[in-house]
Ligand binder design. Structure first.
Ligand code: SF4
Length: 255
């Protein structure tokens, strides 16, 4: 057992924890720190306060209704920008329909019309009803339970587990694959679970860090490490294999 004193607090690290931290690849935390320095805290996920219609960040969901709203948002934002999902959430709030019971009672065509802005509205209306029924039966989320639902894949299930239920699961999406593939920290074509596991092994098991990290990756993927990346603006360039390989001087041809 190792005792560390600092700031008036005594930390006791068990041998297993010491070994665990020693084996971590520090580049994952380094990237997190640089992204946080560059983009600032993302404060994600927004939910609608009681009596309101527009979601915004107030520290995350605090009750079952707000946890359901996170799950509904995770369905609504599939294959579309958050702004479109947010408009659908506002519509549901105006209709008094942002609850599992109200969504289950709502006519499926009326529900589809209310969430039109989110795209794929017929499909998403069915998915919302499925997840509403599941929420009424399961107050405590389980990853396996969510993954058994039609239309809930790994990314959606993990977003719900992390942001609605505060479970320590790292969310992997297309931005994560692209950014960390370019940094050469993950194989971008690896299976979802392998990439998730790599993050979870190399980060402290803290829900706050997982939440912030995913939101920072999304922000960086949208604003800097785009499909056509803006490398000169990027605060990760010194760590980035893709950037360093591009910068390498080409060998002069002799003769
Ligand atoms: S240096 Fe370029 S490719 Fe590398 S992470 Fe930054 S934006 Fe992406």
């Amino acid at each position: 057992m190792i005792r560390i004193r600092g700031l008036g607090v005594k930390y006791i690290l068990r041998p297993a924890s010491v070994l665990y931290f020693a084996l971590m690849d520090g580049r994952f935390m380094k990237v997190y720190e640089l992204l946080r320095r560059g983009h600032g805290p993302r404060r994600w996920w927004p939910v609608t306060p009681p009596g309101g219609t527009k979601p915004f960040y107030t520290g995350g969901p605090r009750n079952d209704l707000q946890r359901f709203e996170v799950a509904a948002g995770a369905i609504l934002t599939q294959n579309t920008a958050w702004a479109n999902a947010e408009r659908a959430i506002e519509n549901l709030n105006r209709l008094g329909a942002m609850s599992p019971g109200a969504i289950e009672r709502m006519d499926v065509q009326a529900l589809a019309a209310a969430i039109r802005s989110a795209g794929y509205f017929n499909q998403k209306a069915k998915r919302l009803r499925t997840i509403a029924a599941w929420f009424r039966a399961n107050r405590k989320g389980t990853r396996e339970g969510l993954l058994a639902l039609d239309g809930v894949g790994l990314e959606t299930a993990d977003s719900i587990m992390l942001y609605a239920f505060n479970a320590p699961v790292f969310v992997v999406d297309a931005y994560t694959r692209r950014l960390f593939g370019r940094l050469a920290l993950v194989d971008p074509s690896a299976p979802y679970e392998e990439i998730r596991d790599r993050f979870e092994r190399n980060l402290p098991r803290r829900v706050y860090v997982y939440k912030e990290y995913h939101a920072l990756v999304v922000e960086h993927g949208k604003s800097v490490c785009r499909k056509a990346p803006l490398c000169e603006k990027c605060l990760l360039k010194r760590l980035c294999l893709m950037y360093l390989e591009r910068k390498e001087p080409t060998q002069g041809k002799s003769g």
